[in-house]
Design a protein around this ligand. Structure first.
Ligand code: AMP
Ligand code: ZN
Length: 469
């Protein structure tokens, strides 16, 4: 059965056919490194990670490029305000970004091109020269260069508007007054004093590239003129991706992208994430509150990329509970499997293919996870009844390992922290001395720190829960 994905260009779920059988090139718009990425950005990167991993699960070889936007208005403003060079300003955010990718178990792309690398700047300049030579771009009086959108009648095809509708609707900013048409966008921005020492020489004078041409140059420079899949968040559709299509196709003469995929924005507690609203979270903020990267990953991955996702702490707690269920099941299987070899599963099992088939259909993660938990439920029942053999447990563990190559939710081998261990030991003593009051106090203390204690016939058992508010 072919994989099927929703194409933003055609607004339809289509069969996926890469340019070369078995091989997929993906370009994904990466972070603008002027700040720590927020968890909304990571919804986009986790969706792209799921896409890559599922394609690989289905046997495709994926080559992925994710750019770093390390020069634009925001990075320049940031370095000027901090009084440091552009490189010095962006370096810590680049480093933090890679650390966050690892924390969230996001597979590294094959290439992370940076817009300021010389070979990419050179390619941007050569693409702009080509666009001018072909009449698609013009130099304004101040030395800026603009793309002439009326020379590309397909402009608007991705965002689904007509060129005529755009003409009146677009605000003309003060510093772009010499554009021929309000919708024309900057390919090259002439230096002005707000840019400080950030500039490159070009045939049109000193200046810097526009954000859109950066991605066109890095995408076609690394992956060639026609890319299988281009992804981003929904805010990228217009103007960024629309502009990328115009620039790239006018230079190469090829269709730029076969399949466009965009994820819906992450909302926080029902509204737009904004610093001013106090609901702006970085991954680090959540880790400081006691949540793990794996839990955040689960919370962000478990809603289909094209559906709205409202980020809440209840959602994180639900992610923690689901992972606990999975971990307890895994542990049970491991104990039962011991060193035995795989054996065939009972005939009346729920479908073992529902997970993959869910993802085949436009990355329907809800269907995929429902399929997984269906198997968990059925086999827990079999284990309760003593009807699952060690060999069958081994088969289930092997199957689960395949699923983890896509989900990346393997249990963390985090031990119980030493302070919790010390409280547990004190509680053993308290209970031996029948000091129930102290025992309860210690239990509450651990709960407040995110560790629930249960007394079982084999002694105390601790599990991670949401820390008490
Ligand atoms: P930026 O650093 O703003 O260039 O954004 C990097 C990536 O994150 C882009 O693909 C954006 O579309 C995506 N993005 C930004 N905000 C959100 C959000 N709230 N939810 C999902 N994706 C987002
Ligand atoms: Zn981009």
């Amino acid at each position: 059965m072919p994989l099927r994905f929703f194409n933003t260009m055609t607004r339809q779920v289509e069969d996926f056919t890469p340019r070369e059988p078995g091989w997929v090139g993906i370009y994904t718009c990466g972070p603008t490194v002027y700040n720590f990425a927020h968890i909304g950005n990571f919804r986009a990167y986790i969706f792209e990670d799921l896409l890559q991993r599922h394609l690989e699960f289905r046997g495709f070889r994926v080559q992925r490029v994710m750019n770093l936007t390390d020069v634009d208005d925001k990075t320049i403003r940031g370095c000027r305000a901090a009084g440091v060079s552009l490189d010095e300003f962006t370096a810590p955010f680049k480093k933090a970004f890679f650390e966050d990718l690892d924390t969230l178990r996001i597979k590294r792309a094959d290439h992370f091109p940076e817009a300021t690398e010389k070979k990419h700047i050179d390619r941007m300049i050569s693409m702009i020269s080509d666009l001018i030579a072909k009449g698609h771009a013009y130099r304004a009086e101040d030395g800026s260069v603009y793309f002439r959108i009326r020379t590309f009648p397909a402009y608007g095809q991705l965002a689904h508007f007509r060129l005529e509708d755009l003409r009146d609707g677009v605000r003309v900013s003060n510093d772009e007054y010499d554009k021929e048409n309000a919708g024309d966008f900057a390919l090259w921005k002439a230096w002005d004093e707000r840019d400080g020492d950030v500039s490159w020489e070009s045939p049109w004078g000193r200046g810097r590239p526009g954000w859109h041409i950066e991605c066109s140059a890095m995408a076609t420079g690394i992956l060639g003129p026609e890319i299988d899949i281009h992804c981003g968040g929904e805010d990228n559709i217009f103007p960024h991706h629309e502009a990328e299509i115009a620039q790239s196709e006018c230079v190469t003469g090829h269709r730029f992208v076969r399949l466009w995929m965009h994820c819906r924005h992450l909302q926080v507690e029902g509204s737009k994430m904004a610093k001013s609203a106090g609901n702006f979270f970085t991954l680090r903020d959540l880790m400081d509150k006691g949540w793990s990267g794996r839990e955040v990953r689960f919370a962000l991955i478990s809603v289909k990329y094209r559906e709205p996702l409202n980020f809440t702490f209840e959602g994180l707690a639900a992610a923690r509970a689901s992972l606990q269920r999975l971990d307890e099941w895994t542990l049970r299987l491991r104990e039962l499997a011991g060193a035995s070899d795989a054996a065939p599963l009972p005939g009346d099992m729920p479908s073992m293919d529902a997970f993959g088939e869910g993802l085949d259909e436009d990355l329907n993660i809800s269907g995929a996870l429902a399929g997984l938990f269906e198997v968990v439920r059925a086999t827990n029942r079999l284990m309760d009844a003593g009807q699952l053999s060690p060999g069958q447990s081994r088969t289930l563990l092997d199957w689960l390992a395949g699923l983890h190559s896509v989900l990346a939710m393997e249990p963390e081998d985090i031990g119980i922290p030493s302070e919790i261990q010390a409280l547990l030991e004190r509680r053993v003593d308290a209970r031996a001395a029948k000091d129930w009051k102290l025992s309860d106090e210690l239990r509450d203390k651990m709960l407040a720190a995110g560790w629930q204690v249960k007394d079982t016939k084999d002694g105390q058992k601790t599990t991670r829960v949401a820390p008490a508010a």
